[in-house]
Each structure stands twice: as C-alpha cells, then as structure tokens.
Design a protein around this ligand. Structure first.
Ligand SMILES: Cc1ncc(COP(=O)(O)O)c(C=O)c1O
Length: 445
C-alpha cells in the first residue's frame, strides 16, 4: 500500500490559492500567513494536520453546542445516512423536529427549515414584506445578519462613513450594492430608544419589519434592554410593521433563546447554527398568521419558497438530537460554567493590570480592550491599532497557548467544556495579557 506523505498546511494553502480566491472558502478561516487545516476534532478539542491539538472555544462560529463529533449525534446521523441523505420527498424527522421546536418556544407556531442563517434571515425579510406589502426594513448599525443584500447594510459602517447618529447612513458592504437596496434599509443605533423611534417614525408607513438580534455580536455582544425591545414591539404594533428577531447565534442563550428574557414575543425568528447539530441549517419560525405567506395551499401564495436541501434528513436528525440534549438543565449548566469563566477572566484582567472589559450573555462573551464595557456599536468599534493588538493576542492564544477563539476576541462555549479547560483558558489569557501589556496600555494613552 502506498502511503501519501501528509502535506503541511503551508503546502496545501499554496495549492488552495490556485483554485480558491485568497485560498479560502470562507473569510472567517483566513489567517496570516496561511490558515491551518483541520485534521480531526472530538469534544472540545481540535487537532490540525500538523498535529497541534487546541481547546476549541469558537465551535465553528458558535454552531457546535455539544462540541465536535458527539457520539450520540454521530450514531444517529450514521443510521440516517444508511437510509439516504436527501430525497425529493418530505421526511418524518423534519415534522418531529418542527414539533419539538414549536413546543419549546412560545412564539413558534409554525416553522420552515432552510440551509443557513443567511437564508433564514432572507426568508424572514421576504415573509415580512409579503405579509405587510411594504418594501423597507430597519436594522441596527453594525449588526451582522448574514450576507443577504438588505440584511448586510451598515454591518461594517466605520467612522468615515457612518454619518450622524441621529440618522445613520445606509452603508453598503459589497461594492456594487444597488442604491435601491440602500434606500430600502433604515439604520438605527442599537439600544437607543429615542433615536431609534425617531428614525422609524420617518418611514412609519413603509417599514415591513424591524430586524433585531437581541445580543448582536458585531455590535459588541451587548444585550438588548427589556425597555428597548418593548419600545420596538409597541412601535411595530402601532405602525403595522413586524418585529423580527435574528436568533441565529443567540438561540443558545437560554432554553427558548434570548427572546425568553422578554415579555413581548417577536412575530418571526430566524434560527441557524446550533439547531443543525453540526450540519448546515437555518429556520424561520413564528406566528401562524404571518407564516401563512409560505403556505402552498393558499389560493394566492404570497411568498413562494423552496430549497433543494431544505429540511435535509441528515441535518434534521443531527439537529433534533442536539437540541434534545440541550435541555433546560444543560443550558443552565453551560451558562453557569460560562459565568465562572467570565469571573475568572475579570480576575485575570485585574491581576494583569490592563484596561479590558467583558460583554455577553448565556454561553457567549467578548473581550474589549477598554476599561468600561462599550454600550453602543460606535463605542465598540475597533480602531486599526486596537484591532492589531487583538490579533496579536489571538495569535498568541492560538499558536503559543493552543486555544482557538473567535476572531472578534470572543468565545462561544460548548456543553463538553469543563472547569479544567476554563482554568487552562484563563491562565493562558493571563500570560497573553502580561506579554502584551505594554501594547494594551499604549492604546489607552
Ligand atoms: C446573527 C447572525 N445572523 C445570521 C448569520 C448567518 O448565518 P450563516 O453563516 O449560517 O449564513 C450569522 C452568522 O454568523 C449570524 O451571526
């Protein structure tokens, strides 16, 4: 038998650059001077092809709630795969999983599965337009909702183009975004009731939905206040618009998602990530009256929608098992461990005598290199200098401490992490902060 020599990541990357733009299929995995290639992963550890084993605190951008290759998920998926991986027929497992999610969350009366968070948000916006007959949406400056044209507006707004806070500019992400798209997206400052309502009032009759992520990662991983969500809810009731939540990431925050915290219920919710049990997924759930726009039995179908791999039985199997295992006790245990990690990290910040703060909710947190935690996107916005120091910290954690974090200096925990890994993480952070203290201090001069 011929055994091929395992190539190094550098060698693979040089081939990758010949066939993939920049050598990658998703910019998230890009790393200078070259990305590392995964060899294998199990539990909360990931090993690259060079053999370096790391604690994984990124969990494929928050999607692996039980870490890698959970035996129960793998076994169920394997059994399903033997029966076929995709059909031009519906499958019973999608109905059972739909029932499970609708029973889990108060506002989920109907659900439709899609293949990604981007697609879920896109379907949510289109359903809102179809239901209200209105063209415009409103969203928070800096919030990431995937890559649908309308949803991504102002996601990367910067001091050079974001404009007056009382009327933030609609800033394109991709070059060539049509001006008509920008015209149909109103931008408001997250958690700022007065300004947001004033902005919404200007287009009160044209807004199909107010799109909000209750703990938007890119805005700073700040939690929407109860007063803010209630103000948005009441504005939408008064003005005939829908309140729609992007819980693609935040569904992990509580048993019924981050929306559990609020007394008001969103009309629609976009889901993704953890509900796929490690496989590509998205879903749109919400009020039956609104979801009717998708119903092919209607004489006038307002939002025709399909998708070759939607409700794929492999994903449905993995997701159903993963979400059953992520029961109320598992959510609580995970959130408790995360709180403990944050506590330890706060200690570390004190011991290292640096200016840093932490934001987050549930099993997610983000570290900021400012003494006070930011309260707005504009405060959380990282200058080039801050970004460079954060990259150095992330590189140190990755290469020297063997810990993989999310590139915004955030962590999204999984249920398979233990106090042992938390201790290893916080001890490593102390070494990283100490090493880079002069650079961190220079940011605050
Ligand atoms: C809040 C939020 N919405 C939507 C998306 C898009 O999901 P996907 O990458 O599955 O398309 C993401 C992805 O990170 C996200 O964080």
């Amino acid at each position: 038998m011929i055994t091929l020599k395992q190539r190094t990541s550098e060698e693979i990357y040089s081939q990758a650059c010949e066939v993939l733009p920049g050598g990658v299929s998703r910019n998230t995995v890009f790393r200078k001077p070259y990305p590392q290639y995964a060899g294998s992963a199990a539990g909360c550890y990931i090993t690259d092809i060079e053999g370096a084993c790391r604690i994984d605190l990124a969990n494929n951008m928050a999607s692996l709630i039980h870490g890698h290759a959970h035996p129960e998920i793998i076994e169920a998926v394997y059994e399903q795969m033997k029966k076929g991986t995709a059909y031009t027929l519906a499958s019973e497992i999608e109905v059972n999983f739909a029932q499970f999610l609708c029973d889990r969350v108060q506002g989920f009366e109907k659900i439709r599965f899609v293949n990604s968070g981007t697609e879920a948000v896109m379907a949510m916006i289109k359903a809102s337009r179809a239901f209200t007959g209105r063209p415009k949406i409103a969203k928070a400056e800096g919030a990431y909702h995937g890559t649908y044209d309308f949803a991504e507006v102002s996601q990367t707004a910067n001091p050079g183009n974001w404009g007056d806070i009382n009327k933030p500019n609609s800033v394109p992400v991709a070059f060539g975004t049509p001006a008509s798209v920008l015209d149909d997206v109103l931008i408001f400052p997250f958690n700022d009731i007065e300004r947001t309502l004033a902005i919404l009032d200007r287009e009160a009759n044209n807004i199909a939905c107010v799109l909000i992520d209750p703990v938007p990662h890119r805005v700073g991983l700040l939690q929407a206040t109860i007063a803010y969500i209630e103000a948005l809810y009441h504005w939408t009731r008064k003005n005939g618009a829908l309140l729609v939540f992007d819980e693609v990431v935040t569904f992990r925050v509580d048993y019924a998602g981050a929306q559990q915290k609020y007394a008001v219920v969103p009309d629609l919710t976009a889901l993704g990530k953890i509900i796929g049990g490690g496989f590509p997924v998205g879903a749109l759930a919400g009020r039956a009256e609104v979801m009717k726009v998708l119903d092919p039995r209607e004489s006038k179908l307002l939002f025709p929608h399909s998708g070759t791999f939607s409700a794929n039985p492999v994903t449905m199997t993995a997701g159903y098992i993963a979400m059953q295992m992520f029961d109320a006790a598992a959510v609580m245990k995970l959130n408790k461990l995360t709180s403990k990690a944050i506590q330890q990290l706060e200690e570390v910040i004190k011991i290292a005598d640096i200016q840093a703060s932490i934001t987050g909710a549930g099993s997610m947190f983000r570290i900021h290199l400012t003494a006070k935690p930011p309260t707005t996107y504009r405060e959380a916005y990282q200058s080039k200098e801050t970004g460079a120091v954060i990259n150095e910290l992330l590189d140190h954690m990755y290469y020297k401490e063997n810990i993989l974090m999310i590139n915004t200096f955030a962590c999204m925990f999984s249920t398979v992490l233990t106090q042992r890994e938390v201790d290893m993480f916080t001890e490593a952070m102390l070494r990283a902060f100490r090493l880079l203290k002069p650079k961190i201090d220079s940011l605050n001069k």
